[in-house]
Design a protein. Structure first.
Length: 284
């Protein structure tokens, strides 16, 4: 074999090996780059999945709570606490004959009834004590009045005796007081005349005050004919009968309004009862 050809082959082979080595290094570098890119994409995908799961949990926590589900009342752990008891009182309308919720001899209102009886006994005792105190006070008042009456009677007797003594002294001085009596009669006559004049003046004033003009009698506003039943220039307001008629009509309106409200309340209660029965039947 020619030496130059062999060297050329060796050199060519070396070049080929160097090219293959460079190709392998380039391929290895690309593989490393791709591996890093894949790792970054996987990490990004994991972060996106984690964020999506976190957002989903937050959405379920805020907007999909267990108590908002339609079947929550079947799995509610507090359902027995929220539910009404099977029997509330002896007068519970749900205690039917076939329900076996009420038996002869039971008394659920025993505590309330005993409390009411104790309160009633206490009120009776306080009333008896009050009546006894009032009786003692009335007896004491009667005794005080009797003592005052006796004292007043004694004073009246003493005053009567004193007046009799004075009358006897007045009989002795009658002649001296005759002129004084005549003068007193004249003065009394004058006072009577003055009193009569004052009385006449008072009667006149009373007549004016009680007249239709000053007393504002509503009857004076009634017209003489049916065409004008009310005289506007004399009308002083409605009389008591008209006011009573208006008040009676207002009372009737109030009663009618209360009756309508009561009917509405009963109708709403009947609807609520039917709705509860339908809900209970649906639940069963």
């Amino acid at each position: 074999i020619d030496k130059d050809a062999l060297d050329a082959q060796v050199k060519e082979r070396k070049i080929q090996e160097a090219a293959e080595k460079a190709e392998h290094e380039r391929f290895a570098h690309d593989m490393k780059k791709n591996d890093k890119l894949i790792c970054l994409l996987e990490e990004r995908q994991k972060n996106e999945i984690r964020d999506m799961h976190r957002a989903l949990n937050e959405f379920q926590k805020n907007f999909q709570k267990p108590e908002t589900r339609r079947e929550f009342d079947l799995n509610d752990p507090q359902g027995l606490k929220k539910d009404r008891p099977a029997r509330v009182s002896d007068d519970d309308p749900r205690c039917s004959v076939s329900g076996m919720q009420k038996f002869v001899g039971e008394d659920l209102n025993y505590d309330q009834r005993m409390k009411f009886q104790k309160e009633q006994l206490r009120e009776w005792s306080l009333q008896q004590q009050k009546d006894w105190k009032n009786a003692l006070a009335d007896q004491k008042l009667a005794d005080d009045l009797y003592d005052k009456f006796r004292i007043a009677l004694d004073q009246k007797i003493m005053e009567q005796q004193r007046k009799e003594e004075e009358s006897r002294r007045d009989v002795c001085a009658a002649t001296k007081t005759f002129n004084k009596i005549q003068a007193a009669e004249v003065d009394h006559k004058n006072e009577l005349e003055k009193a009569q004049k004052i009385k006449d003046d008072m009667d006149e004033i009373t007549c004016l005050l009680q007249g239709d003009f000053l007393s504002e009698n509503p009857d004076q506003a009634i017209g003489p004919c049916s065409k004008h039943p009310v005289l506007v220039d004399r009308w002083k307001g409605m009389n008591q009968e008209q006011l009573m008629a208006i008040r009676q009509f207002q009372k009737e309106q109030a009663l009618e309004k209360l009756r309508v409200r009561e009917q509405e309340r009963r109708r709403d209660a009947e609807w609520d009862r039917q709705r509860l029965q339908a809900a209970r039947a649906q639940l069963l």
